[in-house]
Design a protein around this ligand. Structure first.
Ligand code: UDP
Length: 330
């Protein structure tokens, strides 16, 4: 069976993708420096299939090369990156060096070892301030923060590497990823946690901080920001389909991963109250810097070309996230 290198496989989305690949009988090699990923996650993943782990950094090109020499890698799924927008504004160097230089090293090792297929974790943040909603893949890419810039640079590098070296990439532009494994094996585990759903859920436990709602004066249906929450299990399935697409000779391409539906912060909050069956306390705060009012995906392209179909409702995602928080986050 084919072996896939998953960079960032100890992280939130990467770990769910490893499970999806194992379910398709792939062998998985994980590269992760455990800067934000967790060794406990790797130990869990190892229980579910053929998983080999390298605790190393993409900024160590010799170590990356060894992974390709020691394993018969067929394709790469590349998650490893820093992903906090706010931090990227304060410390852009950290982001440019890690995300861009790390990816350059990865691509170099791929070319040296003649591996020419990669699925890359890109982001809706490459679009910047939306000019229209829903956002399709033809929307201009003008990121408004260094995090989005790093992902856009990498997309452009991948285009040039295809033209020059025939390296085929599928770039998946995520909207707001939510939820957890429906069997509670892995879930969202960030320190500190900045994301909406885990923060609401954590606030329901003893010792949890009161949930802070950032901004209620946006030009949206109820004044709070609207986002497109895509379930993590649905999202990683698109990666499996993208690998199949590349294996079938598919050309370099890029796809939005979202649901085509927007939910406001208040709607997400109400859904969390319903799922947890609790009245949740809330502090209404000023707007958080850099949050656009609305971000919603047009996902037609992924449906048509990858035959991808997101299935989970927002409530199902919240339910899985809550089960995970109860076991692991509380
Ligand atoms: N948000 C909030 N309180 C929190 C975390 C997030 O009100 O503790 C809001 C945030 O301002 C944004 C939305 O929830 O409008 C989604 O934020 P998140 O950080 O989850 O994802 P992002 O859209 O930044 O990728």
């Amino acid at each position: 069976m084919k072996t896939i290198l998953v960079t960032g496989g100890a992280g939130y989305i990467g770990s769910h993708c490893v499970l999806a690949l194992l379910e398709q009988n792939y062998n998985v090699v994980i590269l992760d420096n455990l800067s934000t990923g967790h060794i406990e996650t790797v130990e869990t993943l190892k229980k579910y299939g053929n998983v080999k782990f390298y605790n190393t950094d993409l900024l160590e090109p010799a170590n990356v090369d060894v992974i390709f020499k020691e394993n018969n890698i067929d394709a790469v799924v590349h998650f490893a990156a820093f992903s906090q927008v706010g931090e990227s504004v304060i410390n852009p160097q950290k982001y440019y060096i890690n995300n861009v230089c790390g990816t350059l090293n990865l691509l170099q090792a791929m070319l040296t070892n003649n591996v020419k297929k990669i699925v890359f974790s890109s982001t809706a943040a490459t679009y910047g301030e939306p000019k229209y909603i829903p956002i399709d893949e033809k929307h201009t890419q003008e990121p408004i923060n260094p995090y989005g810039q790093t992902k856009l640079f990498i997309e452009k590098i991948m285009d040039d590497y295809d033209k020059a070296y025939g390296l085929k990439s599928v770039r998946l532009r995520y909207f707001n990823v939510a939820g957890a494994d429906s069997k509670t094996r892995v879930g969202e585990w960030h320190e500190p946690e900045t994301h909406l759903i885990p923060n609401i859920l954590k606030s329901t436990f003893n010792g949890g901080q009161t949930f802070k709602m950032f901004g209620t004066d946006y030009d949206t249906k109820d004044g709070t920001c609207v986002r497109d929450y895509i379930d993590v299990e649905d999202l990683v399935n698109a990666h499996v389909l993208a690998l199949q697409y590349l294996n079938n000779g598919g050309e370099t391409n890029y796809f939005n991963l979202g649901t085509n539906n927007g939910n406001s912060v208040k709607e997400v909050f109400s859904a969390c109250e319903k799922v947890t069956n609790k009245t949740i306390a809330v502090d209404v705060m000023e707007r958080r810097a850099g949050d656009p009012a609305s971000l919603v995906a047009d996902n037609k392209k992924a449906k048509e070309i990858l035959k991808w179909q997101p299935k989970k409702t927002l409530e199902e995602s919240i339910k899985n996230a809550y089960e995970w928080e109860k076991v692991n986050g509380n």
